[in-house]
Design a protein around this ligand. Structure first.
Ligand SMILES: CCCCCCCC/C=C\CCCCCCCC(=O)SCCNC(=O)CCNC(=O)[C@H](O)C(C)(C)COP(=O)(O)OP(=O)(O)OC[C@H]1O[C@@H](n2cnc3c(N)ncnc32)[C@H](O)[C@@H]1OP(=O)(O)O
Ligand SMILES: Cc1cc2nc3c(=O)[nH]c(=O)nc-3n(C[C@H](O)[C@H](O)[C@H](O)COP(=O)(O)OP(=O)(O)OC[C@H]3O[C@@H](n4cnc5c(N)ncnc54)[C@H](O)[C@@H]3O)c2cc1C
Length: 627
């Protein structure tokens, strides 16, 4: 049978120690052990099946998500899973749900923006899931422009409360995940108004639904915002709409780590920068970068395995056709994506470190690295999600027609992934933030301030000073070019972090060699993609450009025999991949054939509607009627 033999023989060709590569990919032996154990636990539990997801109606789909979430929580309690294991379990359940926002945004917001007292009050409730929370920032009228939010939180000194209100239609909260049908509480972002004075946007903990019967509390209107792109996919999430009609909350439910409102209605600023109100976004952007490598590697794993099973044209002497992975065009599309998956993995690891570092500094009242952390998380979130969304679509094309079937796993992966280019900050808006940070850094060069961290190279580039003068004349006018500069800066970070990774001690036969090849592919592919810019700015000569392309071709040949092993190193279960094309055993055709018959359309041989709509055509009744 084609698939079985093909993948087995591919695996025997690998020139490196796959088990050691699994450790590198996972980050450590410990994380590999945890993710391996938990992914199998999920795969073997029938409640977590997801093969019918794309065929369910919205209501059934959503109820099934609730069932899975409840089961996941039950297993977490029964097995006494650690926080790390519980997060892995939710990850491998692989279904966007209210839990993501509760654990991923609501809790981190209280941790990051609540005072000690507020944390002591709310976190135990949230950790035990006695309350379920979401992150309600975006409104119908404003998402990117956070300072433009219209929801108001007006202090009432008589009662020591805030009055939360939605003054206009456009001030309706719109999009928050988990809000539509599940959350009992939300962190709501609104304008703090004291004595008619507007003090800008702050976060407030607001109870939305009764803990007894789940009905919205008085003054609160709440619902789901409707179907989203694709079948299955992100429709498991209850993105919601929320309106307030003068809803009162106690004063101590304003998150007060950044600024406090006293009983007398005085605003007191603490010593932390006001931007910490945006802190959750920095945290989640960092998470999204790590997640990008998961989504991209998943698509690449499917496309690579299938490319070794699929054969077209070119009869060889033994009468077998050529594996499509042997075509140079296929390699030149697939291998840069494989390299990108590894590159994003390592830059994600670094970003996690950077985030931890900035947090430790914040505890010690050192706020100096916050702008860089903001620029890095914003820029890398933008770069990696855009490349991953495009990469998943490319993987679908790399799988030909079968890639378009839901059973390939790729359509749903694409549909579920693409909003990452928008949520947690539109990718262009975020790149403009990076551009602003770069311009600011350049403007300080003249004053003798040494650039540090990811901008250290700027001190070595003389032309930047002139570039600064040009930009001073019109940031907005030049913004399309500045976005390109921001991308280039972020690409430099990705490449540098890959190179730094290679400087670490990397055990295992041949592992380092493979990573070097992938790193070179990533860097040269980026150079190839932006060849025009590199040539027009005189950074490289035409001769160097053609050498780079030749080198790239030779690297593809180097990776070719290792391609299957390099995707095996992701250690994904068939359950997680949920793709007939990406099966570990390569048994593609019989399973595709089998899968087709499971479609509800095949429940009956003659379809519903035959008598009403097909038979009249065939019997020419319709035509006669019209003539
Ligand atoms: C939850 C999951 C967790 C697990 C994850 C697992 C993996 C993921 C998988 C699946 C989960 C998916 C779940 C989906 C979740 C989606 C959730 C949401 O979408 S929540 C909404 C997000 N909303 C935005 O992101 C708005 C974007 N807009 C903004 O961030 C800002 O408003 C921005 C940056 C555009 C502001 O622009 P300005 O120009 O108006 O600036 P000004 O607000 O006045 O700020 C000025 C100063 O503050 C700095 N600044 C801005 N943002 C900062 C920040 N975040 N940190 C530090 N400084 C910041 C700036 O650099 C600037 O500094 P200087 O004055 O130049 O020194
Ligand atoms: C699936 C999903 C889940 C979400 N979950 C949540 C959630 O849990 N909580 C929450 O609060 N929000 C959530 N959001 C909202 C999300 O964060 C916003 O949609 C996002 O921040 C983008 O804002 P916007 O929709 O206002 O886009 P807009 O800003 O209206 O973008 C429209 C276009 O305008 C461009 N643009 C905007 N401003 C500028 C500018 N200054 N310069 C140049 N171009 C500009 C953009 O590039 C884009 O092309 C979610 C969104 C999605 C899709």
């Amino acid at each position: 049978m084609a698939g079985f033999d093909d993948l087995a023989s591919e695996r025997s060709k690998a020139q490196f120690d796959v088990e050691e590569m699994k450790v590198i990919w996972a980050g450590s032996r410990h994380t590999l052990e945890v993710s391996d154990r938990i992914s199998r636990l999920v795969a073997n539990d029938p409640v977590f099946r997801k093969d019918t997801r794309t065929m369910l109606s919205r209501k059934d789909l959503f109820k099934n998500t609730l069932r899975k979430a409840a089961h996941a929580w039950k297993r977490i309690i029964e097995l006494r899973l650690s926080e790390e294991e519980a997060a892995e379990l939710r990850f491998y359940v692989d279904e966007p749900a209210f839990m993501d926002l509760h654990w991923g945004m609501f809790i981190p917001t209280i941790k990051g923006q609540g005072t000690e007292e507020q944390q002591q009050k709310w976190l135990p409730l949230a950790y035990k899931m006695k309350i379920i929370g979401c992150y309600a920032q975006t409104e119908l009228g404003h998402g990117s422009n956070v300072q433009g939010l219209e929801t108001t939180a007006t202090f009432d000194p008589q009662t020591d409360e805030f009055i939360i209100h939605s003054p206009t239609l456009t001030s309706s909260k719109w999009w928050p995940g988990g809000l539509g049908k599940v959350s009992t509480h939300a962190v709501v972002y609104g304008r703090l108004i004291i004595d008619s004075k507007d003090y800008g946007v702050n976060g407030f903990i607001v109870q939305l639904r009764s803990l007894d019967d789940h009905l919205p509390l008085p003054g609160i209107t709440i619902g789901d915002i409707g179907m989203k792109f694709g079948s299955g996919a992100y429709n498991t999430m209850d993105n919601g709409v929320l309106r307030f009609d003068h809803v009162r909350i106690p004063r101590d439910q304003m998150l007060m780590r950044v600024s406090q409102v006293t009983r007398e209605g005085k605003l007191v600023q603490s010593n932390v920068p006001w931007q910490l109100v945006y802190g959750t976004m920095v945290y989640v952007r960092q998470k999204i970068v790590s997640d990008a490598s998961c989504a991209l590697s998943r698509a690449v794993c499917i496309a690579t395995r299938y490319s070794a099973v699929r054969r077209q044209f070119g009869l060889q002497s033994n009468g077998i056709e050529t594996q499509v992975i042997d075509y140079k065009t296929q390699q030149s599309r697939l291998f840069p994506l494989l390299a990108s998956a590894y590159a994003f993995r390592f830059v994600g690891e670094w970003l996690k470190w950077l985030y931890m570092d900035v947090n430790q500094r914040l505890q010690a009242s050192d706020f100096s690295t916050l702008p860089e952390a903001h620029a890095c998380t914003a820029g890398l979130k933008s770069l990696t999600t855009s490349a991953t969304a495009d990469g998943i679509e490319e993987c679908r094309k790399l799988c030909g027609g079968h890639g378009y079937l839901c059973s390939s796993g790729l359509p749903e992966l694409f549909a579920v992934y693409i909003p990452a280019c928008t949520y947690e900050g539109d990718n262009i808006v975020l790149l403009l933030q990076v551009a602003r940070f770069l311009i600011k850094t350049v403007s300080q060069l003249g004053s003798g301030k040494e650039p540090v961290g990811t901008t250290v190279y700027m001190g070595r580039v003389e032309q930047l000073m002139q570039c600064h003068c040009a930009v001073q004349k019109g940031f907005l006018e030049l913004s399309a070019d500045l976005v390109q500069a921001a991308v280039a800066h972020c690409q430099l970070i990705v490449v540098s972090k890959f190179i730094e990774k290679l400087q670490q001690d990397i055990p295992g036969k041949g592992v380092k060699g493979q990573l070097e090849a992938l790193c070179n592919i990533y860097a040269l592919f980026i150079l190839h993609k932006h060849l025009g810019d590199f040539l027009s700015t005189g950074c490289i000569t035409p001769k160097q450009a053609s050498l780079a392309n030749a080198q790239l071709r030779s690297l593809y040949s180097q990776v070719r025999p290792n391609a299957i092993a390099l995707v095996d190193a992701f250690n994904y279960t068939d359950h997680y991949l949920s793709s007939v094309l990406g099966r570990y055993d390569g048994n593609v055709y019989p399973k595709l054939y089998e899968e087709a018959w499971k479609d509800p359309l095949n429940d009956s041989v003659v379809p519903d509607g035959y008598q009403e709509y097909i038979q009249p055509i065939l019997k020419q009744q319709l035509r006669n009627a019209r003539l």
